[in-house]
Write a protein that binds this ligand. Structure first.
Ligand code: R5P
Length: 314
C-alpha cells in the first residue's frame, strides 16, 4: 500500500503540520492561491496517482473561501487519479443551518454536504458536528469524532469532585455535556435558553440543577459571538455558582467575541485547535490539540481499523 498523502488548504496549516508530524509524514506540496479577482487556484505539485489522500481543511472563516479551496483540492486530486480522498474537516461550517426552521430558508448544511461529495470526496472525518444527523446528509462514510475524551483528559483533576458541576448552556447541548459529566463522574445542570434566530441574540431563561457554591464547567460545541456562553455564565453566577469555566470544541470567535469573553466573568475558556488561534487570546483562552486524535484516526482509516474504538465507554 502506498503512503497516505496529507494535503493542507489554508484554513489551519499548523494543525495539518501537527497531524503530519504525528504520522511521520511530510505535507504534500500544493499551491493554493487567489487570482486577482478572488478566484481560488489550486495546483498539486507532485504525482498523487494511486495514493490515499487526506485533505485537512476546516471550513472556518473565511468560510466560503475555505470551502471552495476544499472543493477544488478534491477535484484536482480526483482528476489526478488518486485512489481515495478523505476530506478532514474538523470544523464543518454551515452546520448550524441544518433544517428549515421557517419557510423559504435553505438547508445549507445539506447543500455543503452535496458539494463536498460531488467534488469527489470518498469519506469525511469531522469533529463534534453541531447536529449528529448531518452525517446523514452525506452518502459517503462520515466519522464524527468527539472532543469529550480530550476534555476529560484535560480536566481529569476535577474527576469525582462533588463541588464541580458540568453544565449545558442550552437544551440542545445536554447530550454533549452529559458525555463529559459521565466521563468525569460529575453532576449535570442545564441552562435553559431561548434563541431569537434573526440577530443571533440569545436569552437565558433559567438554571435547572443545583449550582449553588459550585465551580461550573459549561460544555458547548461552538463559541461564535460568545452570547450563549456569556449569558449562561451570568445565569449560573446569579444562580449562586462560585466560578464558571467553559470547554468548547470550536472557537469560531466572530467579530468582538474575544473582547466580550475577556470582559465577562468567565474564569477560563478551554477550546480545541480545530480553528486557528487568535492573537492575544491567552491567558483566558487555552488551546488543547486535536492533532493526535486526527492522526490516530487517519492511521486507523488507512489500515482499515475501527475508529469507534477510540471512543470507549459509549
Ligand atoms: C447553539 O445551538 C450552539 O451549540 C452554540 O451554543 C451557539 O452556536 C454559540 O453561538 P454564540 O456564541 O453566537 O451564542
Amino acid at each position: 500500500m502506498s503512503k497516505p498523502l496529507l494535503i493542507a488548504g489554508n484554513a489551519n496549516i499548523s494543525l495539518a503540520q501537527e497531524i503530519a508530524d504525528h504520522l511521520g509524514l511530510q505535507l504534500c506540496e500544493a499551491k493554493i492561491r487567489r487570482f486577482g479577482d478572488g478566484e481560488v487556484s489550486v495546483y498539486i505539485e507532485r504525482t498523487v496517482r494511486g495514493h490515499d489522500a487526506y485533505i485537512i481543511q476546516p471550513t472556518c472563516t473565511p468560510v466560503n473561501d475555505h470551502l471552495m479551496e476544499l472543493l477544488l483540492m478534491t477535484d484536482a486530486l480526483k482528476r489526478a487519479s488518486v485512489n481515495q480522498i478523505t476530506a478532514v474537516v474538523p470544523y464543518f461550517g454551515y452546520a448550524r443551518q441544518d433544517r428549515k426552521h421557517i419557510g423559504r430558508v435553505p438547508i445549507s448544511a445539506k447543500l455543503v454536504a452535496n458539494l463536498i461529495q460531488t467534488s469527489g470526496a470518498d469519506r469525511m472525518l469531522t469533529l463534534d458536528l453541531h447536529a449528529g444527523q448531518i452525517q446523514g446528509f452525506f452518502d459517503i462514510p462520515v466519522d464524527n469524532l468527539r472532543a469529550d475524551p480530550i476534555f476529560a483528559q484535560h480536566f481529569k483533576k476535577l474527576k469525582n469532585n462533588p463541588d464541580v458541576v458540568v453544565t449545558a448552556p442550552d437544551i440542545g447541548g445536554v447530550k454533549r455535556a452529559r458525555q463529559l459529566a459521565e466521563r468525569l463522574n460529575l453532576s449535570l445542570a442545564i441552562v435553559e435558553k431561548r434563541r431569537q434566530w434573526e440577530d443571533e441574540k440569545t436569552e437565558v431563561m433559567s438554571v435547572i440543577g443545583n449550582v449553588e457554591g459550585k465551580k461550573v464547567l459549561i460544555v458547548d460545541d461552538i463559541i461564535a459571538s460568545g452570547g450563549t456562553i456569556i449569558n449562561a455564565t451570568n445565569a449560573l453566577l446569579e444562580g449562586g455558582a462560585k466560578e464558571v469555566w467553559c470547554a468548547c470544541t470550536h472557537a469560531v470567535f466572530t467579530d468582538t467575541a474575544l473582547e466580550k469573553l475577556k470582559a465577562s466573568p468567565l474564569k477560563k475558556v478551554v477550546v480545541t485547535n480545530s480553528i486557528p488561534s487568535l492573537p492575544d487570546e491567552a491567558p483566558l483562552v487555552e488551546r488543547i490539540s486535536i492533532g493526535p486524535l486526527f492522526a490516530k484516526t487517519i492511521q486507523r482509516v488507512g489500515q482499515g481499523e475501527s475508529v469507534s474504538e477510540l471512543f470507549p465507554h459509549d
